[in-house]
Ligand binder design. Structure first.
Ligand SMILES: Cc1cc2nc3c(=O)[nH]c(=O)nc-3n(C[C@H](O)[C@H](O)[C@H](O)COP(=O)(O)O)c2cc1C
Length: 409
């Protein structure tokens, strides 16, 4: 039997039907913000950063040590994990805040310490600290920073400010730096311990990345391709380490020359006694060391291989989260970093037992892509992703997250 199929009747296009499709969404206030609003992921910001910054600068951020295996493995482990969501739970209201080292933070992540930040964009550390203040997350200034502790304190007086310390062969210098940080309102001291000597950063060596930037023929050609970056460099205060005495050569050369390779647990115990607030040890890579750091007085550890920039092919820090939490229970804060490129990564780390993640390159790509607006964009991407991932997992608070929700291959 043949059936008569009704034919859709066409009509003449009417303005009232397609007019609304042409309505403009609210416009961001500046051209820079408008461009950044097209970037939907950290990878989009990375691509914009690569176009904007000179090659040596981009490679300094993007690269890692040796064959860059650690960095790739950290990102792969996040990519390959499996979530196991719960369904039919009311997730209309989600609460992302948590307590970390005695302070309330709005999301379970903070900005990791990164050296030479004004090289990525002249707005540098102050811009990053301001975004941290607005978002309600911690900001950690590096010893290798290009803005002083006093400068960061002025830019973001109400941010939860942490100071990352490398220990000098000349201990008086470290002590003086810690004093300046404390006097500027920095609450937490982060002792980085995975850098007894500089890692083998091959891209920096090939690019001749040095302090200050070296004007070779290659550099001058690069200037022509990135005029805005060079204009910013020459029209703002000179790019130097704000807390280091003058040094020359690559970043690794500076590390080898200045920092103390004999640093040990007795130094940690001394520092815990010296500093008024919490001391966190960053760069811990075994459960045994995490326990020993806490036994020595640390209030927390950051499981980290320096974003793959030091010893290559160490254990992926995310793998250490669950066993470290089991070993430490509630005795100390457990943080993790390396390879975080979206908010779902942060949620996964918290589910496995971390109190929070630190992110490094994710905000630096934003900074290179568009200064403070770029850091804000990176942060908005991460925070929106945290909320969405929690809703899709069927939880409304961070406490409800648990290791059963994440399968790590
Ligand atoms: C450009 C750059 C500079 C860094 N400088 C420092 C530093 O001065 N002190 C430190 O403890 N860690 C430093 N790190 C490591 C970060 O604090 C963090 O451990 C790492 O970036 C985390 O990995 P991710 O970039 O994949 O998020 C640096 C990382 C990058 C990318």
């Amino acid at each position: 039997m043949w059936q008569c199929i009704p034919v859709v009747r066409r009509q003449f296009p009417r303005w009232k039907d397609f007019g609304p499709l042409l309505a403009r969404p609210p416009r961001p206030s500046s051209r820079r913000e408008r461009k950044l609003s097209w970037d939907a992921s950290i990878w989009d910001l990375r691509a914009r950063a690569q176009r904007r910054a000179p090659k040596a600068v981009f490679d300094y951020v993007d690269g890692a040590a040796h064959d860059e295996v650690s960095l790739a493995r950290s990102r792969d482990l996040f990519r390959n994990l499996e979530f196991q969501p719960r369904v039919l739970h009311d997730v209309s209201n989600v609460e992302t805040s948590t307590s970390l080292l005695g302070a309330e933070i709005a999301f379970p992540f903070g900005f990791a310490p990164t050296g030479f930040t004004r090289m990525m964009h002249h707005e540098g550390e102050s811009a990053v600290a301001r975004v941290a203040q607005r978002t309600g997350i911690p900001y950690c200034l590096s010893t290798m920073g290009t803005t002083t502790p006093e400068g960061v304190a002025e830019a973001a007086p109400d941010a939860d400010k942490w100071f990352q310390l490398y220990v000098w062969s000349d201990r008086a210098v470290s002590q003086d730096l810690a004093d300046r940080a404390r006097d500027s309102g920095f609450r937490t001291l982060v002792l980085t311990v995975d850098l007894p000597v500089g890692g083998d950063r091959r891209k920096d060596a090939r690019n001749g990345l040095s302090i200050p930037p070296n004007l070779r023929i290659k550099t001058i050609v690069d200037m022509a391709r990135h005029p805005a970056w060079w204009w910013d460099l020459f029209t703002t205060p000179p790019l130097t380490f704000a807390s280091l005495s003058s040094t020359e050569g690559t970043v690794a050369d500076a590390v080898d020359e200045l920092f103390d390779a004999s640093l040990n647990y007795a130094d940690l115990e001394w520092l815990v006694g010296y500093w008024d607030g919490p001391v966190v040890v960053k760069g811990v890579q075994t459960v045994e060391d995490a326990v020993r750091c806490v036994d020595s007085g640390a209030a927390g550890v950051v499981l980290s291989n320096h974003g793959g920039r030091q010893l290559d092919r160490t254990t992926v820090p995310l793998r250490l989260v669950h066993p470290t939490r089991e070993a430490l229970s509630d005795r100390a804060a457990v943080m993790v970093d390396g390879g975080v490129t979206n908010g779902a990564d942060i949620v996964a780390a918290v589910a496995l037992g971390a109190d929070a993640c630190l992110v490094g390159r994710a905000y630096l790509y934003g900074l290179m892509a568009g200064g403070e607006d770029g850091v804000q964009r990176a942060t908005d991407i991460l925070t929106a992703d945290i909320v969405r991932t929690m809703q899709l997992l069927g939880v409304t608070t961070l406490k409800e997250l648990n290791p059963d929700m994440v399968r790590v291959p």
